[in-house]
Design a protein around this ligand. Structure first.
Ligand SMILES: Nc1ncnc2c1ncn2[C@@H]1O[C@H](COP(=O)(O)OP(=O)(O)OP(=O)(O)O)[C@@H](O)[C@H]1O
Ligand SMILES: [Mg+2]
Length: 250
């Protein structure tokens, strides 16, 4: 199965009004691999992820998942595809009137016929995985920003998806928690043959989780390379973006 692209962007263009966000974006992610996307704020990283789950459709070019063109899928087929994916939203996107536990359990309640006890056990297990084991009964309004982020992560993982899209999973987390989340992301992709795309600004995180890094600039992939090569690149725009501390010690 190795070497087969699970996610494939082929010359994708996307504009909002007069603003051209994606301008010929091409890349692929092979099964079981983790691609990190870096790029300036507003460069189109979240838009790229939204193309993969079909919340946004390209104006030109194609986005395919497992060989299926996402924009061509009928609602049923799109729903089936989305059931195989987990999405960690940048803004958390928790439902405010549901408890933390029920937020995490929701994808299982909506998409499976599992008995309640099993759903609760699986959701609780994911809360443990993201290190908030005692938070089931809290409401989203009662927890910190970093905790919300982790609830969003637990919810994305609860169906054990084959494809996981993370939009800045570490934003707002303290370094210790961020390391444990990174380790979790790494373990998932190592042990379960999960294919992932991670939007991430932090260099240490990218180094931990990514097999390859893509730099999104002016709507295209300026560079896609394994982390060592990526962070060593002499490209002036990349050096300007990353700053001197990104250079590996010699
Ligand atoms: N639905 C939309 N309607 C209009 N403009 C949009 C829409 N979605 C995104 N944009 C614009 O497209 C550009 C790229 O947005 P996107 O959210 O992908 O940026 P990003 O790279 O994720 O940035 P950040 O690092 O700040 O999250 C932004 O200028 C944004 O305002
Ligand atoms: Mg974003």
């Amino acid at each position: 199965m190795d070497g087969e692209p699970v996610i494939r962007f082929d010359d994708v263009y996307k504009r909002f009004g007069a603003q051209e966000v994606l301008r010929g974006l091409t890349f692929e992610v092979e099964r079981g691999r983790t691609l990190a996307i870096m790029g300036a704020s507003g460069s189109g990283k979240s838009v790229t992820l939204r193309n993969i789950i079909g919340l946004v459709s390209p104006d030109r070019g194609r986005v395919a998942v497992d060989g299926q063109v996402v924009a061509d899928l009928k609602p049923k087929a799109l729903a089936a595809l989305r059931r195989r994916m987990g999405y960690v939203f940048q803004e958390g996107a928790l439902i405010n009137w549901l408890s933390v536990g029920e937020n995490v359990a929701l994808p299982l309640r909506e998409n499976t016929d599992l008995p309640d006890a099993e759903i609760r056990a699986r959701a609780q297990h994911k809360l443990e995985l993201v290190r908030i084991p005692d938070s089931w009964d809290k409401l989203p309004g009662q927890i910190s920003g970093g905790m919300k982020k982790r609830v969003g992560l637990a919810r994305a993982l609860v169906t054990d998806p084959e494809i996981i899209l993370y939009d800045e999973p570490n934003a707002g987390l303290d370094p210790e928690i961020a390391r444990s989340i990174n380790a979790t992301i790494r373990e998932l992709s190592d042990s379960l043959d999960v294919t992932s795309v991670v939007v991430e600004h932090r260099i240490d995180c990218v180094r931990t989780v990514a097999d390859e890094v893509l730099f999104l600039h002016e709507g295209r992939a300026l560079l896609q390379a394994p982390p060592d090569e990526f962070f060593r690149s002499e490209h002036p725009r990349l050096r300007q973006f990353l700053g001197p501390e990104a250079l590996p010690a010699r």
